[in-house]
Design a protein around this ligand. Structure first.
Ligand SMILES: *Cc1c(COP(=O)(O)O)cnc(C)c1O
Length: 427
């Protein structure tokens, strides 16, 4: 047990934990508890959480209703681990997901439960696309992030992560994401041209994988038109469309799937992060029934479909997705945040801009240095918020979707003050 003397001490982490640790450097205290949108450290100091586990905690920390169901399940000797044996918890999850999310949208998918991480689900999606389609390459987009295992890393743009692989990545071609060359160039036309020209040197791929809002890549959001064009060119060229909705899904942009606004019907959808509702590891592939060409066990994993996580995931569907309340709240709070960010940007001496949609918003500070100073100051004042983009130049705001308005405003006040103080310090 930590004593009074060493509470919040990071010494044990410095001595015992690998150099690979990262968030404990940005937020150098020892966290002990959390509820809703608030974290507490060992000294009892509280922090407003605009990081939310990088999008894992869309319903906040320790939602009491979701936890209550989990505790009851454990106390009744519910199956915690069962490999991928049939369990009541899994049946209940699939039936609820089908009834509350898929059927109202006219979507039909089969469920695949891979290992519990997002990266493992992306691996499964890429494997399945290549196996079902028969072609070898996959097209991914600039600034895309899909995880750091070798297959997922191959479709991830950032050189910092790619260089750590120690192997060249094969079988992937990168194309410019929406807006990569600025607002006036439609990169889907460029892609369409390369794919229709048999002499372009670009092989027809098995699949195109994309995020509709790039989370790690800098809160770049694709327009409805661009997404629809990409889907059309997939259909035209026999290419499978994979939407990685790991970070942007589960309500972050206002509806359950981040592609609902564009009416897409992806061949494969990848979900993870907020799927379990409470931060338990769980990932899921939704695949069109005709793509289900797997042989039994061909993609497996010991921790497929963690039953406790399935119990909380079902509870989250029942609590948040049987009516429009959460979605409406996300759109309203999204407007509050983006309005406030625009004010902050306008009143700053530095060239700041606002990006993103729903409650997936970013404050682009142009340089990583400026963004770093701002988030460091914000943390001193009690706000946990992270950065993203190639140089970590974008401050990424991901408060829980369930955050109350007072806490939200308080967090934005802290950010406002930090931006102001840092710019007066540097000007
Ligand atoms: C976090 C993330 C992943 C990787 O998930 P892990 O659980 O960290 O492996 C993949 N894609 C996107 C869009 C993500 O945000």
């Amino acid at each position: 047990m930590p004593t009074e003397r060493n509470s919040n001490s990071l010494v044990a982490f410095e001595i015992l934990e690998s150099n690979v640790r990262s968030y404990s450097r940005s937020f150098p205290v020892v966290f002990r508890k959390a509820a809703g949108a608030v974290l507490e450290d060992e000294k009892g100091s509280v922090y407003i959480d605009f990081l939310s586990g990088a999008g894992v905690l869309n319903y906040g920390h320790n939602d009491p209703d979701l936890l209550h169901g989990a505790v009851q399940y454990l106390q009744s000797n519910g199956i915690v681990h069962g490999l991928d044996m049939a369990t009541s918890a899994k049946r209940e999850f699939m039936e609820h997901f089908d009834a509350t999310i898929l059927r109202p949208r006219g979507l039909r998918y089969k469920f695949q439960f891979p290992g519990p991480t997002g990266a493992n689900a992306v691996e499964a999606a890429l494997k399945l696309a290549r196996k079902a389609n028969g072609r070898h390459t996959v097209i991914s987009f600039t600034n895309g992030f899909h995880g750091v295992s070798l297959g997922a890393l191959a479709v991830t743009g950032n050189r910092y992560y790619r260089d750590a692989a120690g192997l060249p990545s094969a079988g992937v071609v990168f194309m410019p994401y929406d807006g990569y060359f600025g607002a006036d160039q439609d990169t889907s036309e460029y892609l369409d041209k390369l794919l229709s020209d048999a002499s372009s040197g670009v092989d027809l791929p098995a699949a195109i994988i994309l995020e509709t809002v790039q989370g790690e890549g800098g809160i770049n959001s694709a327009s409805k038109d661009w997404l629809q064009s990409v889907e059309r060119l997939c259909r035209k060229n026999g290419i499978l469309l994979i939407v990685d909705d790991i970070q942007a899904g589960c309500g972050r942009t206002g509806s359950f799937f981040s592609f609902d606004f564009a009416g897409l019907s992806p061949d494969i959808v990848v979900l993870s992060k907020s799927l379990s509702g409470v931060g338990l590891p769980l990932s899921l592939l939704l695949l069109k029934p005709e793509l289900d060409v797997w042989q039994p066990g061909e993609h497996n994993g010991t921790f497929r479909g963690n039953n406790l996580a399935l119990v909380t995931a079902t509870a989250a569907l029942q609590k948040y997705w049987t009516d429009e309340k959460l979605s409406q709240g996300v759109l309203e709070k999204g407007r509050i945040i983006s309005g406030r960010l625009r004010q902050i940007a306008q009143s700053s001496a530095n060239p700041l801009s606002v990006r993103g949609r729903g409650m997936m918003l970013g404050l682009d500070c142009s340089t990583g240095k400026l963004a770093e100073k701002i988030v460091r100051k914000a943390f001193e004042d009690g706000l946990v918020v992270e950065r993203c983009g190639v140089e970590d130049q974008v401050i990424k705001l991901l408060p829980p979707l369930t955050v109350d308005e007072k806490t939200l405003q308080r967090g934005l006040d802290i950010l406002d003050i930090s931006v102001h103080e840092v710019s007066t310090m540097t000007s």
